[in-house]
Design a protein around this ligand. Structure first.
Ligand code: NAI
Ligand code: MG
Length: 352
């Protein structure tokens, strides 16, 4: 009997609770076919818990999941709890404490899905967005001064360390080796005249170290325009925490719908568990109607299988997703009438 993989399950809020069972259903189907066993340990960490207990997760929360093989997350955030509270109370501590410095989002226009960009087909959009996930613009350095006076000011400092920049750039260059061999860097070294020239200098150093990888760099403003006008140009795209955040919503939007987009927060050294979650949030506007599209959750599960060392199982899940996207059933966001669990079951059946 093979090893049992212990997975920490945090369904979270809203539709996170509706799509998570479908993710587990498909992972179990893949497990049956490929001989992988899982133990799913569920944690109720969420905004609902915050409202009852005053914390998103217990004080020793991180210790409770530190030795799991992976974390499978739904979505976090709900009206009534400010978004910075839910984010800094759960997701950001997990990402930082567990050194999940690479936030990785494959962006693929799937067959059967219509891109909002006119005339684009599945040949045109296939990229990997690599976002720095632990430092950069999302810092806690700074403060408010002279509050309530005429000289009132807010200052927040970005932090770019050699270690932090180099490790994300290396991740991107290594990823490009297994793809089409092209890395684009997002920068803004004209306006942000200290940290971004530093980022550019490290990117140049890595370009020299990887002569077989082609490189390009664009300022973030024109880069967003190129995503829309020339998406076929991009293979791996690497950016700081803020730029990567923006691009990793824009990319999936160009590929049709964020509802199917997956993401992984990876600790490449495997000292800690990595976390797998759909790109979308808790969608309070549709929560409770059981029409949420579970594909983002399921595709994130495929990334988890890959990370755990099962590339064939991961590929089988992605293939099953492609089949159901082409043949149906479809949820309302893709023009169909199916419920969340009908799509999940169809994908599970296609995996078997
Ligand atoms: P959202 O992604 O929850 O929803 C945006 C729109 O897309 C909504 O109209 C929603 O109905 C639709 N949508 C999203 N996922 C869908 C799915 N699987 N199937 C069908 N339609 C789907 O983003 P929004 O509304 O900005 O945020 C809602 C809450 O989620 C906030 O509290 C926010 O902080 C949180 N959030 C959490 C994230 C996470 O857990 N990583 C990521 C993004 C937002
Ligand atoms: Mg985002």
């Amino acid at each position: 009997m093979s090893k049992v993989h212990r997975i920490a399950v945090i369904a979270g809020d809203g539709i996170g609770m509706e799509v998570m069972p479908e993710g587990i259903k498909v992972m179990e189907a893949a497990g049956k076919r490929f001989g992988i066993s899982f133990q799913w340990d569920e944690f109720d960490w969420s905004c609902e818990r915050f409202q009852k207990a005053g914390r998103m997760m217990p004080e020793d929360g991180l210790d409770r999941i530190r030795s799991h093989d992976a974390i499978y997350l739904g979505a976090v955030g709900y009206p009534g709890v400010p978004d910075h509270v839910s984010l800094w109370g759960l997701l950001i501590p997990i990402r930082r404490e567990f050194n999940q410095y690479a936030n990785v989002r494959p962006v693929k226009l799937m067959p059967g899905v219509k891109s909002p960009l006119a005339g684009r087909t599945s040949k045109d959009i296939d990229m990997l967005i690599v976002r720095e996930n632990t430092e950069g613009e999302y810092s806690t350095v700074g403060g408010l001064r002279d509050e309530g006076t005429e000289t009132e000011r807010a200052v927040q400092e970005s932090v770019f360390t050699r270690k932090g920049v180099d490790r994300i750039l290396r991740y991107a260059f290594e990823a490009a080796k297994h793809r089409r061999g092209h890395v684009t860097s997002a920068t803004k070294s004209n306006g942000i005249a200290i940290t971004m020239p530093y980022w550019d200098s490290r990117f140049a150093a890595f370009s020299a170290e990887y002569p077989d990888i082609k490189t390009a760099q664009y300022h973030i403003d024109i880069l967003t325009a190129h995503f829309v006008r020339n998406p076929h140009y991009f293979d791996v795209v690497v950016g700081s925490n803020l730029f990567g955040d923006i691009l990793s919503d824009l990319g999936p939007a160009c590929a049709g719908t964020i509802a199917i987009a997956p993401s992984a927060n990876i600790n490449p050294e495997r000292e800690f568990p990595s976390m797998f979650e759909p790109v979308h949030g808790s969608a309070p506007d549709i929560y409770g109607r059981k029409i949420a599209n579970p594909i983002g959750q399921i595709w994130s599960g495929a990334m988890m299988l890959e990370h755990l060392g099962y590339p064939e199982a991961a590929a089988a899940v992605v293939k099953a997703i492609e089949q159901v996207l082409l043949e149906g059933p479809h949820n309302p966001d893709l023009g169909g009438r199916a419920a969340t669990d009908e799509v999940g079951s169809a994908i599970a059946a296609a995996v078997k």
